[in-house]
Design a binder for this molecule. Structure first.
Ligand code: ATP
Ligand code: MG
Length: 318
């Protein structure tokens, strides 16, 4: 099966005018996106996400490396006809109504009048903008503009969607709606590649992720595997007798700690190998154990561990 996206050894170096140093925005990045999957491209500000996406959409050329989108070069017309793209900051002529804007894009795609009419109304329904189709875009909120951008990206019924930060700038309800939309597009058979530095929805949406930091790949794989690959810890949820104090774990196996859930309930976290002895001590100390299980590393903790705190590409002397 031809990969939806194949990137091998991609590097992009910018030479900003009037500056002595060049910026290595992306360095030796390689990954493959399989048709039908939702692929998350994660990393802090300045990681190189937008730069990579610009290469994938044929807007800029790589300094080094090979890139194939739907089996062809990203600059080819045949490839572009099958790709939908939501830029990081979509800019639209804002005296238009969404129907008028989408109509212009539909003409660019060579769609006939009745197809345009049908498709535009379908899409405005799909992205939840049917109620606003007669308002001009200058009266649209950021979240509404994001949806217009998504409708535009879907106009040509693309096989592959490339979305640069589709969830940023939205309130929690808007994020949930756009995330649901992405999930339904996946269910409809589309391949979706999207970048984000908002972590909350990624766990739910993505089959696989790449984590990028300062232009370098830090991890790639199934999110479950990446999260399970972290520290192995277990946790027990315990309750005290009425008026009881929290567990005193200072002298217990190293790494054991207590988090309060409510004034009579605590979560006791231990290294995996210390779990048995700690459970026994909790029972001996009179605590009721109401739950126990593996403690998963959070995506935030994973990314914090993999990437450095500061952001921005490293500059190198010429
Ligand atoms: N045209 C350019 N000229 C010079 N430097 C650039 C250019 N475009 C991007 N960069 C630099 O490349 C690095 C990566 O930028 P990029 O926009 O790809 O990051 P990003 O991961 O999309 O970040 P964000 O989360 O802020 O959108 C940054 O240091 C940026 O300043
Ligand atoms: Mg960006």
């Amino acid at each position: 099966m031809t990969p939806a996206i194949a990137v091998e050894g991609l590097s992009k170096t910018f030479r900003p005018p009037f500056r002595l140093k060049k910026v290595r925005a992306v360095r030796s990045v390689s990954f493959t996106v399989t048709p039908g999957e939702v692929f998350g491209f994660l990393g802090p500000n300045g990681a190189g996400k937008t730069t990579t996406i610009k290469v994938l959409t044929g807007l800029i050329r790589p300094t080094a490396g090979r890139v194939a989108v739907l089996g062809g070069p990203p600059t080819s017309i045949e490839v572009k006809a099958r790709v939908g793209f939501l830029p990081e900051q979509p800019y639209f002529y804002d005296y238009l109504k969404p129907t008028e804007l989408l109509d212009i894009f539909g003409r660019l795609f060579g769609m006939d009048r009745s197809t345009r009419h049908r498709r535009i109304h379908e899409l405005l329904d799909l992205v939840g903008l049917a109620h606003a189709k007669d308002r001009t875009l200058r009266k649209f909120s950021k979240g509404m503009l994001q949806r217009v951008g998504l409708a535009q990206a879907l106009l040509n019924d693309p096989d592959l969607l490339i979305l640069d930060e589709p969830l940023s700038g939205l309130d929690p309800i808007g994020r949930k709606e756009v995330a649901d939309l992405i999930a339904s597009l996946k269910a409809g058979g589309k391949t979706i590649f999207f970048s984000s530095h908002i972590l909350a929805d990624i766990e739910r949406l993505c089959d696989r992720v790449v984590i990028l930091d300062r232009g370098e790949m830090k991890a790639e794989g199934r999110l479950d595997d990446l999260l399970a690959g972290g520290r192995w810890e277990k946790e027990a949820v315990v309750r005290a007798r009425p008026g009881g104090a929290p567990p005193r774990v200072e002298t217990w196996p190293e790494g054991t700690r207590v988090e309060e859930i409510d004034p009579a309930t605590w979560r006791v976290v231990t290294p995996g190998e210390a779990f048995g002895p700690v459970l026994q001590r909790l029972v001996e100390a009179g605590f009721e154990v109401v739950g126990a299980g593996d403690r998963r590393l959070s995506l935030e903790a994973l990314i914090m561990g993999l990437t450095r705190e500061a952001s921005g590409a490293r500059e190198v002397a010429r």
